[in-house]
Design a protein around this ligand. Sequence first.
Ligand SMILES: Nc1ncnc2c1ncn2[C@@H]1O[C@H](COP(=O)(O)OP(=O)(O)OP(=O)(O)O)[C@@H](O)[C@H]1O
Length: 375
Amino acid sequence: MLRWNRWRRLDSHPKQCLPGLERFQKLTLWFNYDTAGWDIARNYARKLEERRCMFVRPTDAHPTPAKALGLGLDLKLIYGKAQPILHQSITTFHSLRQDVLSELQNIDKVQGVKWRRYPTLNKLLKGHRKGELTVLTGPTGCGKTTFMSDYSLDLALQGVSTLWGSFEIRNTRLATTLLRQMAGRPLDVNLSEFDHWADEFEQLPVYFMTFHGQQPIKVVMDAIEHAQYVHDIQHVIIDNLQFMMGVSEESKHLDRYWKQDAIIASFRTFATRKNCHVTLVIHPRKERDTDDLTTSSIFGGAKASQEADNVLIIQDKRLTSVRGKKYLQIAKNRYSGDLGIMPLDFDKLSLSYAQKRKKTEPTAGGESLELVPSQ
Ligand SMILES: Nc1ncnc2c1ncn2[C@@H]1O[C@H](COP(=O)(O)OP(=O)(O)OP(=O)(O)O)[C@@H](O)[C@H]1O
């Protein structure tokens, strides 16, 4: 440990001294207590590597070491009050600068994985990013599971390691849907193709939790954390939260709301801490069929929409009008703020909502495809 007492000369301290200080793991800086002296010392600490530096904060009670000695103050006591300049929970732009630059240089990666089936989602959400929380809601039976299956398959086909928590429907039924969406046609009438598609599907990084019905959040979280560690899971899907909690839409008990809020908070923390995307399928509260759902229609308190980075709502106009359509509304988008809708044109054979493409004039390079305007 090295102590310097001549802080007045700190600003002119020759840089050649820096290598000489390299062997020290800890440096305590105790200096003159005027503003300039404090600033100079902090700048100097940067050169000395802030993580090694401790400071005695200059105050009336902590004058320079020479003065403190003259006043007969307890030097050991003052010295013992030295604090590290860095705190694990506080940072500066200086430390962030390189990360900011690399985000700007890799904006495509930062925006996340693009969907192949949903160009409109790419336009609005920009991509599927790690560390985010998405909430999907929609009226009963509108196709939340079918859509989430199609949506997650698209990502898994691009290597996004996915963990499905299907608390309402059996894994076999979910896997049958995923397989049909991958094959693009029903396999019960094309059984000879089963092995081909099953072999393809087995190559995908898709895992299923074996829970069914109500489960304690701790048990579910343990399984997710294990899978995240072992299989490097990038996308966790909980379908649906009410089934996992054993809470029905009819429930009016406030403790159910609090329980749901606590569970949402655990998923939020998990997503951020493990840099993993979590999608929660949540039923809406009971509302009149004629009303559009909004972010405040999500069952429970406001926690779900507050904590979510993205809120997706399936609006089913077919329920209220003969020629009504079904579409996905992007009702919250923390990343880019772009909101809008994506029509959900359902193809019953493939159980898919893939947006259609139309052919344009072939080019010299071969066939070119153009997207059908989706709104
Ligand atoms: N756009 C659509 N048009 C017609 N049928 C659809 C559409 N989307 C899904 N379906 C069918 O509707 C049925 C219910 O779909 P799904 O289970 O995905 O709904 P859900 O919203 O998850 O239901 P729940 O509210 O019970 O959880 C399925 O048989 C599915 O194939």
